[in-house]
Design a protein around this ligand. Structure first.
Ligand SMILES: [Zn+2]
Ligand SMILES: [Zn+2]
Length: 240
């Protein structure tokens, strides 16, 4: 089946995420936009994914817990996980590899942890946008060890991307999929970067405010309506 997706949306737990990006608001806006599969992917944490899972189910969406990992090279990598327990364990692993830098809310913004009623239940004190001590060559295998899949995020963008920060793609990194910005042309991007032929390409909003959650435009062909089927589609046959 082909379903409309957006696999890269930030909540108010990301310091750069708007305060209106509550789990309930995101789920409501995603449904209004005609999306069917949605992943909440905050910087280096999955701690708002349990609340989002409840809100997404109420809105009739298939939700995946996710994270936008910042690697040691300051490359953003979108990580999708199959279950909330897997996401919690993955989140704990990444947290232990983040530098202990306190978030200054007046500079970077608040990092709000919410419940499914859109109530603030905590504030993350460690700055979540710092680079985790995890290398780009380890990201795909790490996500796979939690049953997930990892893909270089917004690979066409000039900052925090594989090509901007490292300058090349190496099959030894183990990536089977790649994310581009919503307006990118995947074919011309592949022509400009040989070696990406076998990779699945997805295009997500990377929304940090409600207005940036876009009308449904991109579909993914999945065998069944489950997070595991979404992850399998992005692995394109590679074992995980
Ligand atoms: Zn990013
Ligand atoms: Zn992002």
């Amino acid at each position: 089946m082909r379903l409309f997706y957006d696999l890269h949306i930030h909540s108010c737990l990301s310091p750069c995420g708007d305060a209106d990006m509550t789990p309930g608001n995101i789920a409501g806006m995603a449904a209004l936009c005609g999306l069917q599969i949605v992943a909440l992917s905050d910087h280096n944490t999955c701690r708002n994914t349990p609340a989002f899972a409840v809100c997404a189910e109420k809105a009739g969406l298939l939700a995946l817990p996710a994270m936008e990992l910042t690697t040691r090279e300051e490359i953003h990598v979108l990580c999708l996980l199959p279950t909330l327990p897997a996401a919690a364990a993955f989140s704990d692993y990444v947290y232990r590899r983040l530098p202990d830098i306190r978030n200054d809310e007046t500079i970077f913004g608040a990092q709000l942890i919410m419940d499914a009623e859109d109530t603030v239940i905590g504030r993350e004190s460690r700055l979540l946008t710092a680079a985790a001590d995890i290398g780009i060559y380890d990201a795909a295998a790490l996500a796979a060890s939690y049953g997930g899949v990892a893909l270089p995020a917004h690979a066409d963008r000039p900052s925090f991307s594989l090509f901007a920060n490292l300058g090349f793609f190496d099959p030894a990194m183990g990536f089977t999929a790649l994310e581009l910005s919503p307006y990118a042309d995947p074919e011309s991007f592949r022509r400009a970067h040989p070696g990406l032929e076998g990779l699945v390409t997805v295009q997500n909003s990377d929304a940090h405010d409600l207005g940036c959650i876009r009308d449904a435009a991109h579909t993914l062909d999945i065998s069944e309506r489950t997070p595991r089927a979404v992850i399998a589609a992005l692995r394109c046959g590679a074992p995980g």
